[in-house]
Ligand binder design. Sequence first.
Ligand code: EPZ
Length: 423
Amino acid sequence: MDSIIVTGNGPLSGQIPIAGAKNACLTLMPATLLSDEPLTLTNAPRLSDIRTMTTLLQSLGAEVQALNEGQVLALSSHALTSTRAEYDIVRKMRASILVLGPLLAKHGHAEVSLPGGCAIGARPVDLHLRALEAMGAELDLREGYVHAKAPAGGLKGGIVDFPLVSVGATENALMAATLAKGTTLIKNAAREPEIVDLARCLQKMGAQISGEGTSTIEVQGVETLGGATHRVVTDRIELGTYMLAPAIAGGEVECLGGTIELVQSFCETLDAAGISVEETPTGLKVSRKNGRVRAVDVTTEPFPGFPTDLQAQMMALLCTAEGTSVLEEKIFENRFMHAPELMRMGAQIDVHGGTAKVTGVDKLKGAPVMATDLRASVSLILAGLAAEGETVVNRVYHLDRGYEHVVRKLSGVGAKIERVRNE
Ligand code: EPZ
């Protein structure tokens, strides 16, 4: 198992290219199941989660080719052999549930393993199921699988009214509604840029969608969908993560491909903390010239609020801020597992339920720490950029799920970082 060793090495400078979004690609790939025509995704990120989705789609009989060193995905599902998503693949990645809506809409039936538990929270899929039931699906949960059946003639348009905002359930409902007979209204829909990116791709395939990016999405079902070529939107979470590198270590870094629009509320929080963010023709330039970071309070919310996927990284910044910050995690019930690891580095953090109080210290000290999930792992690397001495982050397989070339990207702006294999 690999570890990453980071040594505090002073201010950073240079450029970091931001890849296509994992969380967009993971919903764009299953969209191929809605059509017999080829779908080509460009600007695809090279991540283990994308490889897991590839394995899942191939297990159903879809063709998935990774071209151009994996940055282009050529997908086709014209000759599907199965509509059963096996537990062995689904247990590796919860986003596998995103094949359920498209399979049901296109083939009228599907068997998809339930994803099971997750480190950051219970993460049920009840809203996904209720959305499909609102389109006339019959669902039966048995032996750990969802057995889904569409009514005769296929899914029907309906009203999907989510009691709480869910990114995944909105994506499943949106994809299923494109082939449902009649009109579907998705109320209290998620507004994330990944949802807008999915809608854009589906529109290119011939879907009739309006209201994407707002809380109410309307879909007019069509008979069939065609093919398309679609560029995956920039990864706003990778973007936010690397924007925090110069904020934590000092210096100035330009994140290529970033736009304020993708990270508006995050930029407002950085501004309040004394970090300058400037839009350039090629990206976002972030700098912390002098002085200490100011303490700020953060509450995670669905888009356009502060993203939960940047909460751990933000906590790493606030560990050395001037004053006390309060972070409230409103999306997931167990997403502070990075806190005890940051405390091993000398941070002062008090966690009570969904609230963490971070009292800034002058400097963190390097230590061996353990990654517990994807975003927690990168927050420990960020903390190590400004810590005294060496930080050794273990279990970095979590990181590979959502970040490509971390060592190359950070050492490219002057960080002292390496990946080592433990025998
Ligand atoms: C997506 O997960 C992202 N994953 C997550 O990113 C992200 O944290 C999350 O959205 C919130 O922004 C992907 O896109 C692959 P939700 P998702 O459904 O769709 C509850 C990362 O680090 N809920 O919006 O699973 C749920 O438990 C990952 O890249 C139900 O109760 O999130 C949570 O509390 C981590 N029933 C809340 O809603 C349901 O049926 C929001 O979850 C569905 C969700």
